[in-house]
Design a protein around this ligand. Structure first.
Ligand code: SF4
Length: 402
């Protein structure tokens, strides 16, 4: 089976490094300009340069979203920006505008151009058109494609395809939505989506509120396509993409690592996963996911079971992110950790470590910075010394099952 890229999101430099450490083949990021989600992006130009250098060290790649729908005034500075990306060693830009694609091909010719999902490519004719007219190197398929459509487009497309496997979905056509513009004056297609579909709304009929207890949201459940990964890989899809540039470091580490193991297992066995193995991998993925999920359009057109009608909760969270490892001392067999959530002596702790399998241990004791033993730690960002019965590495993550 051909090697398939695992493409992960990152909202800042730390998360880009995490994605790479935890097994992403490529990471897509957004600069502070010209990108959707630009409000969430913390990548300065210097950060983009550093992300490229870090990726190169690991033999991985950085893609940069330049996927706003630009109006005339948005082009100011774009040419210089694209040239800088090329100079830094960015592999590809993800663009949603023919004008941006044309400009990139002219001024930064070594950048690959990936046609964003915002272009809603749902058929092979569109893929051919994007390649012939705008010389794109890859099309990111619309999330609204069925598995049959993904297979057909991938077979007939003159360029490689990329498909989403995990993360948030729009209830409109992949961001082609002006709900946020109307509700908040923030342009969803110029980086400002306020996710108005996920707000909680009071329902009225003929001017009368139906029930003050009955709040309504129209957000989609998140995509979780684990059971379709074999088919996507077998169809020849070049890249499997996780959505979520606004997600936390813990989410990135958990979800990327889980899909890394799943993809590697399929690569090794070259056959679909058994029911049992699929259930195991899905459980690993769900350790980072905190929203309800569905398999997207791959197997069915969306029905009411694809939406979250009630206010969101973290009821699906099955693990708590406890701490990151700051250092490990081999001589004493102890680690210095920086806490994120409450920890108690006696907790059963799982270590998430790059692409290695997770390992667990029982926390025998912990000491604060003054060397005093503690039974409980409740303060985030506290530095604690704990014994760990195997070697761990800086940046490893500690979590506990609920
Ligand atoms: S408001 Fe919701 S449907 Fe519209 S672009 Fe934002 S996330 Fe998508």
């Amino acid at each position: 089976m051909k090697k398939t890229e695992l493409l992960a999101p990152a909202g800042d430099l730390a998360r880009a490094k995490t994605a790479i450490r935890y097994g992403a083949d490529a990471v897509y990021i957004g600069g502070q300009l010209f990108s959707l989600r630009s409000r969430a992006s913390n990548f300065t130009m210097e950060d983009i340069r550093e992300a490229c250098a870090f990726a190169e060290e690991y033999g991985r790649a950085i893609h940069v979203t330049v996927n706003m729908i630009p109006h005339d005034e948005d082009f100011e500075g774009l040419e210089e920006y694209l040239k800088k990306l090329e100079e830094f060693g960015v592999k590809a830009i993800i663009a949603a505008s023919p004008a941006v694609m044309k400009l990139a091909r002219r001024c930064a010719p070594s950048l690959e151009i990936h046609c964003s999902t915002q272009m809603s490519v749902t058929n092979s004719c569109a893929a051919k058109f994007m390649h012939e007219m705008f010389d794109v190197d890859r099309v990111v398929l619309a999330r609204e494609c069925t598995m049959g459509e993904v297979k057909r487009i991938t077979k007939e497309s003159p360029v490689e395809t990329e498909a989403f496997i995990h993360g948030g979905m729009c209830v409109n056509y992949s961001g082609r939505c002006t709900l946020s513009n109307r509700m908040t004056l923030r342009d969803a297609n110029r980086g400002g989506c306020a996710q108005s579909c996920r707000w909680q709304y009071h329902l009225y009929e003929n001017g009368k509120e139906l029930s003050s207890d009955l709040l309504f949201t129209a957000g989609s459940k998140d995509l979780l396509a684990a059971k379709h990964i074999y088919d996507l890989m077998d169809a020849g899809v070049a890249s499997l993409k996780i959505e979520g540039r606004m997600k936390t470091e813990y989410y990135i580490a958990s979800v990327v690592s889980a899909y890394r193991h799943l993809i590697d297992e399929i690569m090794e066995t070259d056959r679909p996963l058994s029911e049992e193995r699929l259930a195991w991998h899905t459980k690993q993925i769900m350790r980072g996911e905190n929203r309800e999920t569905w398999a997207g359009f791959y197997e069915e057109k969306p029905a009411e079971n694809s939406l979250i009608y009630h206010p969101n909760s973290d009821a699906n969270v099955n693990h708590d992110f406890l701490a990151t490892v700051a250092e490990y001392d081999k001589d004493s067999g102890t680690a210095l950790i920086e806490t994120r959530n409450p920890i108690d002596a006696g907790d059963e702790i799982e270590v998430l470590s790059g692409t290695m399998n997770a390992r667990t241990f029982r926390l025998e004791w912990m000491k604060n910075e003054d060397g005093e033993f503690m039974e409980h730690s409740r303060r985030p960002m506290a530095l604690l010394r704990i014994p760990v019965p195997f070697e761990v590495r800086k940046e490893d993550l500690l979590r506990r099952a609920r």
